[in-house]
Unconditional design. Sequence first.
Length: 526
Amino acid sequence: MNTTGQVVGFVDIGTNSVRLLVVRINPNLSSTVISQEKEVVRLGEQEFKDDILKPEAMRRTILVCRKFAELAKTYGATEIIAVGTSAIREARNQRGFLQQLLTEAGLNVHVISGREEARLIYLGVSNGVDIGEEKAIFIDLGGGSTEIAIGNQYKWCYLDSLKFGSVRLTANFIGEGWTESVPRHVYEHIKRYVRGNMLRTASRVKQVQAKLAFGSSGTIINLAEITNRMFRNAENGRNLVLSKKNLKKLVPILCSSPLKERRKIHGINPERADIIIAGAAIIETIMEEFDLDEITVSYKGLRDGLLVDYLSRFEGFQDFQKTPMRNRTVLQLGRSFDFDERHSEVVASLALQLFDSGRKAGLHDLGDEERELLKYGAMLHDIGDFLSFNDHHLHAHYIIGNAELLGFDQREIAIMANLARFHRKKFPTMKALKGTGLDDRTKEIIIILSVFLRLAEKLDRSHRGLVKKVEFKEAEKDRILLSLFGDEDCSLEEWSVAQNAQAFHAAFAKKLDVSKVKCTCETVAR
């Protein structure tokens, strides 16, 4: 298949919301997100009493689906893949609704089973985490059903779909249109129902003994957002976390508040205020039965799984998926901006040689964590070229800092972004890093690594890979000798390094002995 510039749309028609993802698939099998949209349609409204989709709910859904299909085509989508989940899956008037979607919205919707839904959600979420071979539980709380998967980053070992969701249980136990507070005995009744209908799944999860859990869906995200704002301790590094302790503190507040007041709770999504209590009961019961202290929030989901499943058809994608998450994330970003991959690899290799020999020469005492960030910062240092060469270091700083790189926390992203920022022009100094909000130790790390990247970039000034090997050696107490090895004339690289001697001195208080920098123009064994 030819994927050059192909634009594809993915539509997830759920019980509560319709979601759209539009991506451009690049020739190297990376993908660039063009648009993400979501609209609450409540397709499952009043459905679960008689398994009949109601006319007004169908009308809302068709209207949104038509708008999303038109939007995807406006972006150049040549193919739109649409799936329907719980609400459509259980509807007795499914066939007529699917025909309406085809006729009025132009969407050929495929209705998927609960286990297939769980598989696709697993694909979407696992593609955005860095857990390797460690098994984890993947939980997606929908409006009509809850999907559970167990697996590591590369494959699943268990899939299940449970017939309870936030819209369904709100209708069954609280009542659609209920505006008063929810008695605690009603909340406990929902929990008992959930517990009784997940015995088999809970038993399987306990056998695996996975303590790591990821939760997707709007309700889980919103519960985490509320507890984070209300109790101020639900953040874990860069990831948003929903803890069982905080959820239990939130539940009495939710239940005691009439709907009008519930919508005013700090952090709550007003569109979810009527169904969030049932959602909280489901999640609290799952955490109790699965023995989970916390769930890490994932913003990935079914539509992302559709993308991964689509890309898996192409040769080479599976091998790409098996590369470590952080490396894959960096490559994905770089390829999305059509970076010079060969040059980036050369610069990264030279930067790591400078790091390693610099540590031996006593220039720094940084460890493997900082070494890895130098490697990834070097890989991405030139992606700003995509916008323009002028000030491309500033463009790269912005792109890296705002790209939501999976597998990295905020501090690590800030380090990599600033490495790109200081690889040319302005020297990296404590003064230059003022206002970043970073602590002094992190600033020191950026200064050291930036100098190595700055020199490595100059060592491949011609983008021809002329310098094969580079090494620091301590010449005198206040001097460092840098030796270059290559099999061709690399005088341009030698001159460029000499131009950055001042940055080196500012970082290490040592003189880079430019006069003794040698380019040994003899073949160097690789």
